[in-house]
Design a protein around this ligand. Structure first.
Ligand code: PAF
Length: 274
């Protein structure tokens, strides 16, 4: 596996290839990321992972400074998963001047759910993803479905800009108790970790009610928020939405239920497609 830190070295390493399949990450990798790499492997002639903690998508009170930087361990795991090339630029390399050109996704898609609680988040994500897809010459890119709204926003961006890139979603990997794998699970104390699968259980309860024909989405959402609060969580949202565009579902639409909640100091997100 080749590891490069600069744009010229990346361009040089990509020269022999026609169809890079790319997995963008911020590092601190877990099995969820490695599953995306394995999914990407047969989809291109070179499998590329990027590792870059993108300042633009962190709010002023977010964990940018403390976000774990674990390059050596990440590279060892990527190599074992069959990755061919890692692009891990420094901030100076990737943002040599302030990034004044930004991609502003439409409010209907990006100012709801996560966007409502993390202003500017999807502008930061779209801007860095646009740059990462460009410099890796991606022809396929794989993003985790755990960040469901992110995947949706990126799909729409790539389509609207006519970028010739196949965007694939990778299934959420879960611990045996149902907790979605996330780099931020490492912030949970042992007690919080034992409790953390309650978020998934709450989504499952809504999914079950929907399958049984319950259609009062607001009541289901409110009930789930109450349940989480009663168990000591601070929920930001629990929402039943249409899979295609995350708007309120109409009868017959494929649905997804999404949630974000804090347990102690850790904010977790999860979702379930119905
Ligand atoms: O999902 C992530 O890890 C990040 O949001 C991404 C897509 C790598 C952009 O920084």
């Amino acid at each position: 596996m080749h590891i490069v830190h600069t744009l010229p070295a990346l361009a040089e390493a990509l020269k022999p290839f026609r169809h890079p399949a790319v997995v963008p990450t911020m590092g601190n990798l877990h099995d969820g990321h490695l599953a995306l790499v394995r999914q990407a492997k047969p989809l291109g002639d070179v499998t590329v992972a990027t590792i870059f903690v993108n300042r633009l998508q962190f709010g002023p009170k977010d964990d940018f400074d403390t976000y774990p930087r674990t390059l050596a361990a990440d590279c060892a795991q990527l190599e074992a998963a069959g990755c061919d090339l890692v692009f891990a630029p420094s901030e100076q390399e990737f943002y040599p001047q302030p990034q004044v050109f930004r991609i502003a996704p439409p409010p209907a898609l990006a100012d709801v759910l996560e966007g409502a609680f993390r202003p500017g988040f999807f502008t930061g994500v779209c801007t860095v993803v646009m740059k990462l897809l460009a410099c890796t010459q991606a022809r396929t890119a794989v993003f985790g479905k755990k960040d469901y709204q992110q995947l949706m926003v990126i799909r729409h961006m790539v389509r609207q800009f006519n970028m010739p890139i196949d965007i694939r979603g990778g299934d959420t990997q879960r611990a045996p108790d149902g907790l979605a794998m996330s780099s931020r699970n490492g912030y949970l104390s042992a007690t919080e970790r034992a409790q953390a699968s309650e978020l998934h259980a709450c989504l499952q309860a809504i999914a079950q009610a929907l399958r049984l024909g319950q259609h009062d989405f607001s009541a289901l959402e409110a009930q789930a928020m109450d349940t989480l609060r009663a168990k000591g969580w601070q929920p930001d949202y629990v929402a039943v939405r249409r899979q295609a565009d995350l708007q309120a579902p109409e009868p017959g639409d494929a649905m997804v239920v999404l949630a974000a909640a804090r347990l102690g100091g850790t904010r977790l997100i999860d979702n379930l497609e119905i």
